[in-house]
Design a binder for this molecule. Structure first.
Ligand SMILES: [Fe+2]
Length: 386
């Protein structure tokens, strides 16, 4: 965004932003809080050295002096004087452009573009590309992952932070008739997200195939963002109900009971879909009026039909040495049935917190700037900063 999107007007003296929705005045409070003054903002950590809520609520701009096309010296009514970089302000107003935005997909997705060689993930550029693909499409497949036990934890640590649960740091997925979850049987598993009964819900799931001697047991993935685009058009009232009505989810086994209530459709502050919590084996209809219960049920039914529609699904064999890595709150996973008489099928699964890939992505950008000799600023690392 060019800094010229910021302009000054008089009476009262105001900085204005030419936003996509028209000219918007910028509050002096917003401007004052973004001080870069080393006396008010720690240079090393970029953390403020004062409590911004103490700024005078009646703060005004009392002076503005243009130093160049992109630099203006502002004087505030509290006496503070500072030169501001208009390009930096404009970038923040436009939004954080550092991270790739999600790109919804359906069955026509180029699956080959989502496959990455694990052995290349030590290379900054290759790692950056894999992380970008994940952040955009919500999943990647890693190939060439050695099939020794606990390798999945090494992969998890490379991409982020492993989340331990009552299933352990990782869990084994192979057929065992008395297992405490249907995932441990050989039956088909429809599209779902994992563990909506947990707080927080695991952000990322990894499934690593160690052995697959069966012809069935195909893996399926569906992008909820693409499905929700259609559902919102088809059933706007039902969409709103599923977006705003908490649903109870529960998991019980011999030693554990986990329950949580959350909405089936996840939306951002603008009401736009960002994912789902969807597990038809675990959800319970909320108590609503009979009419709303029926609408909720019909919408849930349509959602289930769309998630199972081949137009939205990719289906593939996950072979030994391949690892699925997906956003558990956006991309639904499932599996077709398999015949245990055909041979062994053994996967290991593991959950990660959702923030790891974004953190790693930002690090690859810093590393790239370092390699290009463009870096001008060094943060301290490995210190807790609150
Ligand atoms: Fe699952």
């Amino acid at each position: 965004m060019p800094a010229t999107s910021l302009t000054l007007t008089d009476s009262p003296l105001t900085l204005n932003w030419a936003s996509p929705y028209g000219l918007q005045p910028i509050s002096p409070l917003w401007l004052r809080e973004r001080t870069q003054d080393p006396a008010q903002l720690d240079v090393l950590t970029c953390q403020r050295l004062f409590d911004s809520h103490r700024i005078d609520p009646d703060l005004t701009l009392t002076g503005a002096r243009s130093l160049s096309e992109t630099r203006i010296e502002f004087t505030f009514s509290d006496g503070h004087v500072e030169v501001y970089d208009l390009e930096a302000l404009a970038l923040e107003l436009e939004g954080d452009g550092s991270f790739p935005n999600p790109i919804p997909w359906d069955s026509r997705i180029d699956q080959s573009a989502q496959r990455f060689d694990w052995n290349q993930m030590g290379d900054n550029d290759a790692f950056h590309k894999a992380l970008k693909a994940y952040l955009q499409r919500g999943y990647i497949i890693l190939t060439g992952v050695p099939t020794d036990p606990e390798r999945i934890l090494e992969v998890g640590r490379h991409f982020g932070y492993v989340k331990e649960t009552n299933f352990g740091r990782y869990f084994e997925v192979y057929s065992r008739p008395a297992g405490n979850d249907l995932a441990y049987r050989s039956v088909a598993l429809g599209p779902h997200t994992d563990n909506p009964y947990r707080s927080p819900v695991p952000g990322i799931q990894m499934l690593h195939c160690l052995v697959n001697e069966t012809t069935g047991g195909l893996s399926t993935l569906v992008d909820s963002l693409k499905v929700l685009e259609l559902l919102k058009i088809e059933h706007p009232q039902g969409f709103e109900l599923l977006r705003t009505t908490p649903v109870g989810y529960r998991f019980i086994d011999a030693g554990t009971e986990l329950t949580a209530r959350r909405c089936m459709i996840r939306t951002d502050a603008d009401g736009e879909p960002v994912g789902v919590h969807y597990s038809p084996r675990l959800d319970r209809l909320p108590h609503l009026s009979p009419e709303d219960t029926q609408l909720f049920h019909l919408t849930r039914q349509r959602l289930g039909e769309l998630f199972a529609d081949p137009d939205f699904e990719i289906r593939f064999q996950l072979n030994a040495g391949e690892l699925m890595f997906f956003d558990n709150n956006r991309v639904l996973h499932g599996r077709t049935a398999f015949d245990t008489q055909e041979g062994r099928r053994h996967l290991q699964g593991c959950y990660l917190d959702s923030d790891g890939p974004r953190e790693r992505f930002a690090t690859t950008l810093i590393n790239a700037r370092d390699q290009a000799g463009e870096r001008t600023y060094t943060h301290q690392t490995e210190e807790y900063n609150g």
